[in-house]
Write a protein that binds this ligand. Structure first.
Ligand code: SPV
Ligand code: MG
Length: 275
């Protein structure tokens, strides 16, 4: 889609069920979110889970959907050799795209208080060039993510870093921002020369319509945690109602049916295998 100039929407998910629901809703890709995968274990998104944990989660998603899984690989889980190992493992496992960010390992989630210091530009560019050098096929996609704006640096710094990462071979640049409006990323897009697609994550500026983001020059928009937050609210409200009302009767009309569950499990196709 990117090669044809089409913009892509990706939904952040933490498991195969979320990936399938995103695909059914019409998303062109899923984002195997480090925040979501950690939160599903009630752990902070702070490099506590290992590469193997994240890889397994991404593979579980990719096996069940036809759209690409973009694996959020944090900082690449270590140094240059960890990057090379990551690319070997993810590519061999059939994951289409990885995203690696320019913070130090261990990293902290972009919206959480903590250390958001960045690697030197050249050091991270080297990680990207190693990632691209060790991939074996032509289709593997490496997104370089700069946390420059998250760590309080300027749009110019984000641009300088993005150009350096593009030169190092990145297939796309993710520019993360925690600004309350799209102003910061719009300033970035106005100056970006378009040599590679730009990926945005409008968590703190949710009012920016997809069409407007695309008009401004964005190519991929990741709705990183809306699904996770919806899940939390849905489970909390459901469990609370059952405890409060003493039964689930009042809820039934608003709950997915068991047939719906069986469809998502492709139960009929599985049962046909036995015939
Ligand atoms: C994620 O979803 O894990 C991300 C996006 O990396 S953010 O949580 O905004 O850092
Ligand atoms: Mg993440």
């Amino acid at each position: 889609m990117l090669a044809e100039g089409q913009a892509v929407r990706a939904a952040g998910v933490h498991d195969a069920l979320g990936a399938m629901l995103a695909e059914q809703a019409g998303f062109a890709a899923v984002w195997a979110s480090s925040l979501g995968i950690s939160a599903a274990r009630c752990l902070p998104d702070a490099s506590l889970l290992t590469m193997t944990d994240y890889l397994q989660a991404a593979v579980q998603m990719q096996r069940r959907v036809g759209i690409p899984v973009v694996a959020d690989c944090d900082t690449g889980f270590g140094n240059n050799l960890n990057i090379a190992y990551l690319v070997h493992e993810y590519e061999a496992a059939g994951i289409s795209a990885v995203c690696i960010e320019d913070k130090h390992y261990p990293k902290m989630n972009s919206f959480a208080p903590g250390n958001h210091d960045l690697l030197e530009t050249t050091a991270f560019a080297r990680k990207i060039s190693i990632a691209k050098r060790v991939q074996s096929g032509d289709d593997f996609f490496v997104i370089a993510r700069t946390e420059a704006l998250i760590s309080g640096l300027s749009v110019d710094e984000a641009l300088n870093r993005s150009y350096a990462y593009a030169e190092a071979g990145a297939d796309a640049l993710l520019v993360h921002s925690k600004h309350r409006t799209s102003a910061e990323v719009q300033a970035f897009l106005e100056q970006w020369d378009g040599r590679k697609p730009v990926v945005l994550v409008p968590t703190t500026y949710p009012g920016w319509h997809f069409d407007d983001a695309v008009k401004a020059g964005a190519s991929v928009i990741i709705y990183a945690n809306q699904g996770l937050r919806a899940t939390i609210d849905a489970l909390r409200a459901t469990f609370h109602a059952i405890i409060t009302h003493g039964s689930s009767a009042d809820l039934e009309a608003d709950l997915a049916s068991l047939n719906d569950v069986f469809e998502l499990q492709r139960l009929r196709q599985w049962q046909e295998l036995e015939r």
